[in-house]
Design a protein around this ligand. Structure first.
Ligand code: F0G
Length: 453
C-alpha cells in the first residue's frame, strides 16, 4: 500500500471554531499584525509551534493519573530519570519547567563577558540567554545550510573547518560548545552522526565541554537512519544513544520530542557542574527531583520519551512535512529543501520578492496566511534576528494533532496566497520590546494596499 496513514486513532476531539476572512482581517489589525497576539480560539489551524502542542497518548494520560506528587524523591522523578539516562547515558538528570529554564541556569553558571559559545545555529532563547549573560552566541552552520533551495542530506551540520579554526584561536574564551539537533532556526535540518563525532573531537582537544540542544533528538536520529550509511538497521534508541555519547551533556525542551505539553531538563556527566546547576535550580525551578514540574508531568514525559522512539511514529512525522513540501514545490512556492523534521519553512524572500527586507516580507506572509485561511505561522527572519541568513515563515506541526485534511487545507491556503502575491505589501514596526521582539512587536502596513484590506 502507498498510503501512509496517521499511526493513531482519535479518542478525544477539540472543536475548531470557524471564522471568516472579514473577521480575521479585523482580528489581525487588533493584534497589530502580530499573530502571537491573536487568541487561539480565533485560529483555524495552529502551526505557530510544535512546542508543547502535542496530543498525548492514552498511555501518557494513564501515567498522569499515576503521577506521584511528593515534594522530594517522587517515583515519577525516578521513572523520568531512568528513561533519560537510558537514552542519553548522562549521569545527572535535572528537570526544569521548560527548555529555556535549562538554558538560563546553564549559561548563568558558565557564560560571562568576553565568552563565545559556538553552535550550528542558536535558537532564539538560547542566543538570548547567552547574550543576557554578556557572552556572544556564534552560529557556524555549513554554508549549504543557508541556501533554502539547495538539497543536502544534513544541512544542520556545523562547519567543521570554521569551527576548528575558531576554537584553535579562541579556546580560552569558549566555556562550552553546542550543537542544536535538529537545527530549528535553520529549517529543522538534521545533523549527521559523523558531524557530531567530529565536532566533539574538536571540543575535546581543548577540553571544552560539549552540549547538545536536544529538543528534537528523535527526529534527528530518524534522519540519520534514513540518510547516513551504516545506520540503516540500527534502532532509534541505539542511534540516539550514540549521538549523546559524543557530548558531555544536553539541554532539552521536552515540549518537542518529549511529546508533552510542558517540561525540560539538563543532563550531564560533570559532578561539580551538576552540583552548581542543582543549587541554582532550587532558587527558581524547585527541588531537583521536580524542578518546576509536577509528578504527573514527569511521568507523562517518561512515557513520551519512549513513544517518540517508535519508528512508525517518526516515519509518519517526517512524511507529513515532506508531503506538504512536495505540494508547495509543485505549485512554485520556494521552501527550505529538503523538508526538515517538525516544520515546513517558506522562503519569504522568494514568495514576496517585491517586498524589501526592511519591510519584513516573512512577517507580511505570516499575516496573509492568517487572513486568508486562519493559519497561524511564525516569522523566522529579520523580525526575530538581526541580519538573519534567511527570511523564513515556519509552519511548525504539533505532534499527533492534525490529520492529512488539515494539511491539504493549509496547502490550498498557501497556494492561494502565492497566486495573489502581487497584492501584498510590507510592514513597519511601530513598537518593540528590548528582548525577543518577535513575540510582542507591533506592526503597521506600509502602504495603502494593505490598509484597505
Ligand atoms: N532550543 C530549541 C532548538 C528550541 O526550538 C526551543 C524552543 C528551545 C530551545 C527553548 O525551549 O520553549 O521549552 O523554553 N522552541 C519553540 C519553537 C518555542 O517554537 O521552536 P522552550
Amino acid at each position: 500500500m502507498k498510503t501512509l496513514f496517521e499511526p493513531f486513532k482519535i479518542k478525544v476531539v477539540e472543536h475548531i471554531r470557524e471564522t471568516t476572512e472579514a473577521e480575521r482581517t479585523t482580528l489581525l489589525k487588533k493584534a497589530h499584525y502580530n499573530p502571537f497576539m491573536i487568541k487561539a480560539e480565533d485560529v483555524l489551524i495552529d502551526f505557530l509551534t510544535d512546542s508543547g502542542t502535542a496530543a498525548m497518548s492514552d498511555h501518557q494520560w494513564a501515567a498522569i493519573m499515576e503521577g506521584d506528587e511528593s515534594y522530594a524523591g517522587s517515583s515519577s522523578f525516578y521513572h523520568f530519570e531512568k528513561v533519560v539516562k537510558e537514552i542519553t547515558g548522562f549521569k545527572h538528570v535535572i528537570p526544569t519547567h521548560q527548555g529555556r529554564a535549562a538554558e538560563r541556569i546553564l549559561f548563568s553558571i558558565i557564560a560571562k563577558t568576553g565568552d563565545i559559545i559556538p553552535n550550528n545555529t542558536h535558537f532564539d532563547t538560547t542566543r538570548a540567554n547567552i547574550e543576557f549573560n554578556k557572552a556572544e552566541a556564534l552560529d557556524l552552520v555549513i554554508p549549504e545550510g543557508k541556501i533554502p533551495e539547495l538539497v543536502h542530506p544534513f544541512k544542520g551540520n556545523i562547519d567543521l573547518e570554521k569551527l576548528s579554526a575558531f576554537v584553535e584561536k579562541n579556546y580560552k574564551h569558549i566555556p562550552l560548545g553546542m550543537i542544536t539537533i535538529t537545527n530549528n532556526s535553520g529549517g529543522g535540518q538534521p545533523i549527521s552522526m559523523s558531524n557530531l563525532r567530529e565536532t566533539s573531537y574538536i571540543f575535546k582537544k581543548y577540553k571544552i565541554p560539549f552540549f547538545i540542544d536536544a529538543c528534537r533528538f528523535a527526529e534527528n536520529a530518524y534522519f540519520i537512519k534514513l540518510r547516513e550509511k551504516g545506520y540503516e538497521s540500527k534502532s532509534i534508541l541505539e542511534i540516539s544513544q550514540e549521538m549523546f555519547s559524543y557530548a558531555n551533556g544536553c539541554t532539552m525542551s521536552a515540549k518537542k520530542d518529549g511529546l508533552v505539553n510542558t517540561g525540560g531538563f539538563l543532563a550531564l556527566n560533570d559532578d561539580a557542574l551538576a552540583e552548581k546547576i542543582k543549587n541554582l535550580s532550587i532558587l527558581t525551578e524547585g527541588f531537583p527531583t521536580y524542578g518546576g514540574m509536577t509528578g504527573r508531568d514527569l511521568n507523562a514525559l517518561a512515557v513520551g520519551l519512549q513513544e517518540v522512539l517508535e519508528e512508525n511514529y517518526l516515519r509518519y512525522r517526517l512524511r507529513t512535512a515532506e508531503y506538504m513540501g512536495e505540494k508547495l514545490l509543485a505549485a512554485g512556492v520556494s521552501i527550505i529543501q529538503p523538508t526538515g523534521g517538525h516544520a515546513v519553512y517558506i522562503d519569504a524572500k522568494h514568495f514576496y520578492s517585491h517586498i524589501p527586507l526592511h519591510e519584513f516580507p516573512a512577517q507580511a506572509l505570516v499575516c496573509s496566511l492568517y487572513k486568508k485561511g486562519g493559519i497561524r505561522s511564525v516569522e523566522i527572519g529579520s523580525v526575530m534576528f538581526q541580519n538573519p541568513a534567511m527570511e523564513l515563515v515556519r509552519l511548525a506541526f504539533p505532534r499527533r494533532t492534525y490529520t492529512q485534511s488539515h494539511f491539504d487545507y493549509a496547502i490550498e491556503v498557501i497556494i492561494e496566497c502565492f497566486k495573489e502575491r502581487d497584492t501584498a505589501c510590507g510592514l513597519k514596526i511601530i513598537w518593540e520590546p528590548p528582548f525577543l521582539r518577535h513575540f510582542s512587536a507591533q506592526f503597521e502596513p506600509v502602504s495603502k494596499v494593505h490598509q484597505s484590506q
